[in-house]
Write a protein that binds this ligand. Structure first.
Ligand code: NDP
Length: 268
């Protein structure tokens, strides 16, 4: 087995392979990254391609693409990218006689090698090497699907973290510490998570009638949130962007509809 990339994630992957008893060769562009215990460090990617399986985990596809050659036998690509980048790499692999496994890692390096590390993979190929990293989960035959799931889930994460940090900053302007506020925020997130199935169903049926909360009232709320952040001396990028999007949906005639109707504006 070889691992290309000894960043935070690549190092964790190499260490997990060693833990499973594999002989592991590693390569990294810069020499300053430490060599994971019990691995063999090589100076060029080509030396790593002698292994039956090459696992790549570099920062981006742009970083990895120039390294790939048809000397590779099986490529297990765990670098994050867009669906189209994954499909292009799958096409390249097919054209060059390279076995190709496309995966994404839904975990932090500290979880690698535990059941908490979910590894989503797509395409026609599986490889048992993924078992060493966590819980593999096949999301479909199209090679771009793992990347699509990855970015969709990360989008929820970034939006949530952005909202949380804005809230912590807002509470902080009145001297309320994160420790005091965060348990309430975490409970709130659990409640919101429980609402997603119904919202998802509404986007599918496109029936947005509501007796819960109309878009009109949420647009007013987002205006208040934006004003409050400004009044308290904070950046308003996040609430303003949400306000503007929701308001556009309102102007398109969804004022009396549920929040789920905003998807019509997103899909435009
Ligand atoms: P790091 O920044 O820790 O490491 C980046 C790696 O990419 C390093 O090995 C770096 O080499 C290499 N690299 C960057 N540019 C080039 C280049 N032009 N040529 C050759 N090598 C290059 O990132 P992570 O390890 O955290 O992330 C790696 C991948 O894993 C990413 O695609 C990321 O999205 C994904 N991932 C990471 C998670 C995390 O929690 N860390 C979670 C899930 C997925 P050098 O040392 O020479 O700079």
């Amino acid at each position: 087995m070889s691992v290309l990339g000894l960043g935070r994630m690549g190092s964790a992957l190499a260490t997990a392979l060693v833990g499973e008893g594999y002989e592991v060769t590693v390569w990294n562009r810069s020499e300053d990254k430490p060599t994971p215990a019990n691995t063999t460090r090589v100076k060029t990617p080509e030396e790593a391609f002698k292994s039956d399986v090459v696992v790549t985990c570099l920062s981006t596809y742009d970083a990895q693409q120039p390294l790939l050659t048809n000397e590779i036998k099986t490529l297990v690509n765990l670098t994050s990218g867009t669906p189209e980048q994954a499909r292009a790499t799958a096409r390249w692999a097919k054209d060059n006689g390279v076995e190709y496994v496309d995966g994404v890692i839904m975990a932090v390096p500290q979880q690698i090698g535990t059941p908490q590390a979910r590894i989503l993979f797509s395409g026609n190929e599986n490889h048992h090497v993924l078992d060493a990293f966590g819980e593999p989960f096949h999301v479909g035959e199209d090679a771009g699907l793992a990347a699509l799931y990855d970015l969709a889930l990360l989008g929820i994460m970034w939006a949530t973290f952005g909202g949380y940090l804005q809230a912590v900053a807002l509470m902080g302007t009145e001297g309320i510490a994160p420790e005091q506020f965060t348990p309430m925020a975490a409970d709130w997130l659990n409640e919101l998570g429980a609402m997603l199935p119904e919202m998802g169903a509404e986007t599918r049926s496109k029936s947005y009638e509501t007796d819960v909360s109309a878009l009109d009232i949420n647009v007013s709320g987002l205006r208040m949130l934006t004003d409050a952040n400004r009044e308290q001396g904070l950046d308003t990028t996040i609430p303003q962007a949400l306000h503007d999007l929701f308001e556009r949906a309102q102007r398109s005639g969804h004022g009396a509809h549920s929040i789920a109707s905003v998807i019509e504006e997103i899909r435009k």
